[in-house]
Design a protein around this ligand. Structure first.
Ligand SMILES: Cc1cc2nc3c(=O)[nH]c(=O)nc-3n(C[C@H](O)[C@H](O)[C@H](O)COP(=O)(O)O)c2cc1C
Length: 364
C-alpha cells in the first residue's frame, strides 16, 4: 500500500517539490559526513522496502537522508510462495519470508540511472545471492555477487553486501569467516578498482550487513574480516529468527512459521550489536544501525552507542510517512534542550556538552 500511495510522488516532479520542501531535512546541524559522502540527515530507509528502486525519489522527498535500495540479485527472481509477510500489531513487528524478489541487478540499475539525479540523497544498493546459486562451489557464489556488484556500482553511492537475510537458503552461512573472507576480498577488489561511466572511476564504499542472531564472538570475527579486507563499514542488523519476548500469542507465531522478525522486539539486540561492532571496528569505519527504530529516542540511542547513520523499515510501516521528519525534528529539539551545537555533540551526550562549555570558559 505504501508503494502504491507513493506512485504520484515518484512520478510528479511538482508534488515532490512541494512535499520535499516541507519534509526534506535542511538544517546543517543534521548533516553527517561519512565514507566520503554527505548525508543531509542520519535517518535513512532500510533495504527491502524499495527492492526495485521504484520509489527512490519519493522516499527522498519524504525526508529520508539516504535510501538503501534492493536487495537485488544478479538473476531476476520472484518471491517465495505467499503468504510471505505478516503483521504482529501487538508487538509493532513484522515477520517476512519474501526471499529477495527483484527484477535483477542490471534492470534495477538502469532504472536508478534514469532517476538518480533527482533523488538528491546518497543511494545505497544492497546486493544478495541469487536463489538458484548454491553455496558450493564458492566460486559460483563469488561470480554471482561480482555480477551484481558490477551491474550496480556506477549508480550506487555505496553498496551493501547482504549475507544476513534468513530467507535465502544458506545465505547466513556466508557470515562464517572462511566464506566471508574470499567474498569480501573479491568485492573489495571490484570496489577499489574503479568503474566507468557515472562513477568516473571512483572507488565505491562497500559495507556488509550482518544478522542479529550471530553470537558475540562471531560478530567480532566478521567485523575483523571486514576490517582486514578494508570495507567501509557494517550495517547492523538484519531481521532475526528469534521469537522471544513477544506479546503475540505463541500459537499465532507458530502458525506464521519461518521468516525474519523486524520492528520493536529487535531493538535491544540491534542496539547491543551496533555497540559491539563499533567497539571492535574502531572510530573510522561507518556503522549503520537498524532494527526497531521508531522514534527520536530509539534513533538517538542507536547513534549514542556508535552508529553514524540509522535506518528504518518496520517503524515506517507502523508510524507512517512522517516518521523521518518527526525523528529529524526530535533530534533538533534535543540539541536545543541539551545545548548541543551539532549532532555530534548531542550524540556524545550532555556531559560532553557541559565539559566542552566549561573548557571554553575556564581559563587555563
Ligand atoms: C518485509 C521486509 C523485507 C526486507 N527485505 C530486506 C532486503 O531485501 N534486504 C535487506 O538487507 N534487508 C531486508 N529487510 C530487513 C530490513 O532492512 C531491516 O534490516 C530490518 O527489518 C530491521 O529494521 P526494522 O526493525 O526497522 O524493520 C527486510 C525487512 C522487512 C520487514
Amino acid at each position: 500500500m505504501a508503494m502504491a500511495a507513493l506512485a504520484p510522488v515518484e512520478h510528479l516532479g511538482a508534488l515532490r517539490y512541494v512535499l520535499g520542501g516541507a519534509l526534506r531535512p535542511a538544517d546543517p546541524r543534521l548533516v553527517v559526513r561519512t565514507m566520503g559522502l554527505e548525508f543531509p540527515s542520519p535517518i535513512g530507509l532500510a533495504a527491502g522496502l524499495d527492492k526495485n528502486a521504484d520509489r527512490a525519489r519519493a522516499f527522498a522527498a519524504l525526508g529520508f537522508g539516504h535510501v538503501e535500495l534492493g536487495t537485488v540479485t544478479a538473476q531476476a527472481q520472484g518471491p517465495n510462495p505467499p503468504p510471505n509477510l505478516f503483521r504482529l500489531p501487538a508487538d509493532r513487528a513484522l515477520i517476512n519470508r519474501l526471499g529477495f524478489p527483484n527484477e535483477g541487478a542490471a534492470h534495477v540499475a538502469k532504472r536508478i540511472a534514469a532517476r538518480r539525479s533527482r533523488v538528491g540523497v546518497p543511494i545505497g544498493i544492497s546486493i544478495g545471492k541469487s536463489r538458484s546459486v548454491a553455496l558450493e562451489p564458492l566460486e559460483g557464489v563469488l561470480d554471482d555477487y561480482r555480477a551484481s556488484f558490477r551491474a550496480v556500482r556506477d549508480v550506487a553511492d555505496f553498496v551493501v553486501v547482504n549475507i544476513s537475510s534468513p530467507n535465502t537458503k544458506d545465505l547466513r552461512a556466508m557470515q562464517a569467516a572462511e566464506v566471508a573472507r574470499p567474498l569480501f576480498d573479491a568485492l573489495q577488489t571490484e570496489a577499489t578498482r574503479g568503474g566507468s561511466g557515472e562513477s568516473g572511476g571512483k572507488a565505491v564504499p562497500l559495507l556488509v550487513k550482518i544478522a542479529p542472531d550471530l553470537a558475540d564472538e562471531a560478530i567480532d570475527a566478521i567485523v575483523d574480516e571486514a576490517k582486514r579486507a578494508g570495507l567501509a563499514g557494517v550495517v547492523a542488523t538484519n531481521t532475526t529468527i528469534a521469537r522471544t519476548g513477544l506479546a503475540t500469542p505463541g500459537d499465532v507465531i507458530e502458525k506464521i512459521g519461518a521468516g525474519g522478525l523486524s520492528g520493536k522486539p529487535l531493538f535491544a539486540r540491534a542496539l547491543a550489536v551496533v555497540k559491539r561492532v563499533r567497539a571492535r571496528i574502531g572510530p573510522d569505519a561507518c556503522v549503520i544501525g537498524v532494527g526497531g527504530i521508531d522514534s527520536t529516542e530509539t534513533a538517538l540511542s542507536m547513534l549514542r552507542v556508535g552508529a553514524d547513520l540509522v535506518q528504518v523499515y518496520t517503524g515506517f510501516i507502523y508510524e507512517g510517512p512522517f516518521l523521518p521528519r518527526s525523528i529529524a525534528r526530535g533530534l533538533l529539539h534535543r540539541m536545543d534542550v541539551e545545548g548541543a551545537a551539532t549532532l555530534h555533540d548531542l550524540v556524545r551526550g550532555p556531559s560532553h556538552v557541559a565539559n566542552g562549555a566549561s573548557h571554553a570558559t575556564v581559563p587555563t
